[in-house]
Design a protein around this ligand. Structure first.
Ligand SMILES: Cc1cc2nc3c(=O)[nH]c(=O)nc-3n(C[C@H](O)[C@H](O)[C@H](O)COP(=O)(O)O)c2cc1C
Length: 282
């Protein structure tokens, strides 16, 4: 299969480096041709494993908020729907983050929301009823069938509309990432990494995570032919119930980093020790 990522390396690399969570939007629809381009990519995107993630476009209602800090959502939004087992949470992160990066490359702003307003979103996304949902997001529940795991708005940043708290968040959180070395386990140091692995891990560490906790670990084998990515064993997020979604985003960035360099790899993921363990072998 043609490697579309390597052929468009600048597009993807700059999407990783410029993507920021945006919580303040103009009420402006995404032009039809751009939306169609995004949906075409969604339908054609190559994902290196079988999954149950479905991405649906939905329109918000003007004047109604979709999350506590998304008071004025844009017209267009995406819902990430999937089965609710552990592996599928990881898959939502992987598949969802690739579409978010593609949208970024098309000049659109986005933001992952796990804590969307359930009543509002479930009413807007067809065929997903969830009468028992908590007020925000799908809660800690697992194995309850298909649900909206996360959403993202899709639109244009309303810079002037930022509330002070968002301005602070934008300044304090975006860009702030831990160095690779801080997340490395398994004995190798950052200086010992081959340049190709270091590049892919640099992409990985820039992935988004709920409240920017960056709760992932990189385990690089001595011969540097195998890398695993997962949240630490027993890790619990203070507020967000499904931190494996974030590890999935991180795995997508790492995989993309390999693709951009034309490095073939096999991707295996398994639920082990209460978390999704992503394994890349090349
Ligand atoms: C799975 C996931 C869920 C998130 N949920 C929320 C949310 O409910 N509300 C919110 O304001 N931000 C949410 N975020 C956005 C993070 O706060 C943001 O990605 C992080 O602070 C890093 O900032 P950046 O995306 O600008 O790099 C979520 C991010 C991820 C990956």
């Amino acid at each position: 299969m043609e490697n579309i990522y390597a052929a468009q390396r600048d597009f993807w690399e700059s999407a990783v480096n410029t993507r920021r969570s945006v919580r303040s939007y103009q009420r402006r629809a995404v032009p039809d041709d751009i939306l169609q381009f995004l949906l075409d990519y969604k339908n054609a995107m190559h994902i290196p494993f079988e999954h149950t993630v479905d991405i649906r476009e939905f329109k918000s209602v003007e004047g109604r908020q979709l999350a506590n800090n998304l008071r004025k959502p844009p017209e267009d939004n995406l819902a990430f729907i999937a089965d609710t087992d552990l592996l599928s949470f990881g898959d939502v992160g992987f598949v969802g983050e690739l579409i978010i990066l593609f949208a970024t490359g098309l000049g659109l702003s986005t933001c992952w929301f796990g804590h969307y307003i359930s009543r509002e979103v479930n009413a807007l996304v067809p065929d997903i009823a969830d009468d028992e949902a908590p007020a925000h997001g799908m809660g800690a529940r697992e194995n309850i069938g298909r649900r909206v795991v996360c959403i993202t708005p899709l639109g244009y940043w309303e810079q002037g509309g930022l509330r002070p708290v968002d301005r602070l968040t934008a300044r304090m959180m975006s860009f702030k990432r831990k160095p690779i070395g801080e997340r490395l386990i398994g004995g190798l140091t950052e200086r010992e990494l081959q340049p190709e692995i270091a590049f892919a891990l640099d992409m990985a560490r820039k992935a988004p995570s709920a409240a920017n906790t960056q709760h992932w670990e990189f385990d690089v084998s001595r011969d540097q032919r195998r890398v695993t990515i997962a949240k630490p064993k027993g890790y619990k997020h203070l507020k967000w119930e499904h931190p494996d979604v974030c590890a999935g985003c991180c795995a997508a960035h790492f995989w993309l980093g390999l693709q951009l360099q034309g490095i073939q790899c096999s991707v295996n993921r398994e639920a082990r020790d209460g978390r999704v363990l992503w394994e890349f072998v090349f």
